[in-house]
Design a binder for this molecule. Sequence first.
Ligand code: ADP
Length: 334
Amino acid sequence: AGSDAIALDPLERALEQSLRPERLADFIGQRELKAQLEVLLEAARGRGETPDHLLFAGPPGLGKTSLAFIIARELGTGVRVTSGPALQRIGDLASLLADLHGGEVLFIDEIHRLPRAVEELLYGAMEDFRVDLVLGKGPGARSVRLDVPRFTLVGATTRVGLISAPLRDRFGYHYRLDYYGDDELVAVVERAARTLSVPIEPDAALEIARRSRGTPRLANRLLRRVRDYAEVRGDGAIDRELALEALDLFGVDVLGLDRVDLEILRVLCVQFPGRPVGLSTLAVAVRENAGTLEEVYEPFLIQRGLIVRTPRGRMPTPRAYVHLGLDAPVEASS
Ligand code: ADP
């Protein structure tokens, strides 16, 4: 957390909850994923079994948590929500598992942040629906076997590279979510506008979509800022002109780049022009965690054609110079 792209306060969590799609059919875009899930869930329902455990990877705000809720809903069951950082001790996980109702979905966000011992306890629960706990220490220690009701684990991670192979292998289904296209984000904005009862014109929705970094969470967030502006400076309705004014007021970059993205580009184009920059150097220069840079910022900047990753480091593209209003050095544009 800490960065603009992923920070989420409790109020926003509540707002998000109200905008969350409830059924698979309401989940916008990601057609391949939805088609696969439909089959997987229907087959499990047909057999009267729980589906395989599912792992979703990808940058924040693309719908991983929403999918866990949708899966539970489509299975007609409940969902327990927790995260890697919240399960720091074996006892935390054991009591959660003991408390599950049969068939429920257990959602673990940031599953790459489970401590090793907790992760190992999870293996048995995932595979055999039982865990072996060691109570006490030394000669008096004894092992207790705990049966766990059948459940479906939905794991989410922004850092699939940090998931250990044994954990990864225990998921029967993996999917890597990718950034959304503008058309899909327009649909996200229009859907949220309907939920919030805000009238919005299609070309206004497109301006918001374009600045949303391919991320539904940010599309919803920008819509709320534009809605504020429309209520205060207009009559509540959102047309293109008003949307542009609002986005300008809130300093939203035309490509949706945030402070860290722009700093990365400035470091590459101004501080080290024409030279490849290593991840750790870049992290220090923009005062951001190297992992977050690699998993959150870089994929987006690469996808937008603003930077490239070379074996010797990151390089800006001519497009990055243009975006910053700079002339590209000769080497970089060749
Ligand atoms: P993640 O868990 O990947 O960080 P979330 O599932 O919390 O992302 O999604 C953030 C918000 O974005 C949700 O509350 C929801 O409103 C919206 N959202 C995400 N994906 C979609 C989608 N495919 N269709 C509609 N809304 C979506």
